[in-house]
Design a protein around this ligand. Structure first.
Ligand SMILES: Cc1cc2nc3c(=O)[nH]c(=O)nc-3n(C[C@H](O)[C@H](O)[C@H](O)COP(=O)(O)OP(=O)(O)OC[C@H]3O[C@@H](n4cnc5c(N)ncnc54)[C@H](O)[C@@H]3O)c2cc1C
Length: 238
């Protein structure tokens, strides 16, 4: 879905009952000053949640943004999303202002399926924008007895967020350019061993980091790679 539409088309999209559903905010929590988790309640029975899919939210008269459900429960009509509040964007500012009892419409999830249950080893890389995907996939990895490992590149103030979210088997890296450096990536334990040759690689988050990581993995002949840049410096509404 395009992130920017003329107002009349955005109005029409938001009103379309088969795409967008009414939600009410039950709770908002700041996991860190710039990570906000919101619990929405509404009819999610028509929604097909898959790892890699995103829901869209209208964040201005003309703009929509993609966000990942970190948890859902059809019986209790609950949907959680973990947002990165980054100061820069119309979406970020809109989300920062949301509070309990606010009402909005959220789309059905759609996008790119990234989880392949037939592969025993699963490696997941991302940043703040990928924490929702990480929380959504963790119980699936545990239930299906996968061997799994998360790598996160996070701002310094968010280094303890994976722990606060209850994630497991993760390594946190600083954002100081490391995942832009092919040589540095190629020396990481998961890359520098043949043990992870056959793993399924799920790469999301900063588009530049995703692209560099993917290039290194391809160079090491790792063939099961699902990647999607979630945002790109200087680009609105990727
Ligand atoms: C499939 C998919 C799933 C996603 N899931 C999530 C999710 O669960 N949670 C989440 O927070 N985001 C998620 N994102 C990313 C989110 O849609 C983008 O970060 C989006 O650009 C935010 O919109 P904005 O209006 O705040 O900023 P924009 O108006 O899009 O961008 C304005 C400026 O801010 C910069 N920018 C955008 N995002 C970030 C960021 N995260 N950190 C620093 N600078 C940024 C841009 O480069 C640009 O210069 C997802 C994206 C995709 C494609």
């Amino acid at each position: 879905m395009i992130s920017k539409l003329p107002k009349w088309a955005a109005d029409l999209t938001e009103k379309t009952g088969s795409i967008m559903f009414d939600m009410k905010i039950l709770e908002t929590v700041y996991i860190s000053p710039d990570i906000k988790k919101i619990r929405f309640q509404g009819d999610i029975s028509q929604m097909n949640f898959q790892i890699g899919y995103a829901n869209i939210i209208r964040v201005s008269n003309t703009e929509f943004r993609n966000y990942t459900a970190s948890y859902h429960n059809v019986r209790d009509r609950i949907l959680d999303i973990i947002f990165h509040i980054h100061d820069n964007g119309v979406g970020s500012r809109y989300i920062d202002k949301l509070k309990p009892k606010d009402e909005l419409r959220i789309s059905i999830p759609r996008g790119k399926k990234m989880y392949n249950e037939t592969i025993r080893q699963q490696f997941i890389f991302g940043d703040e924008t990928s924490l929702g995907l990480a929380c959504a996939i963790l119980p699936i990895l545990q239930k299906n007895n996968h061997q799994y490992q998360f790598y996160f590149e996070l701002d310094d103030e968010n280094q303890n967020v994976p722990e606060l979210l209850g994630l497991e088997n993760y390594t946190v890296f600083s954002k100081k350019n490391t995942f832009r450096n092919e040589q540095w990536i190629s020396e990481l334990p998961v890359v520098n061993t043949d043990e992870w040759d056959a793993a399924n690689y799920i790469l999301t988050g900063n588009a530049k980091s995703v692209q560099t990581f993917r290039k290194v993995l391809k160079g090491k002949s790792r063939s099961n790679i699902s990647s999607q840049g979630y945002w790109l410096e200087g680009k609105k509404g990727l």
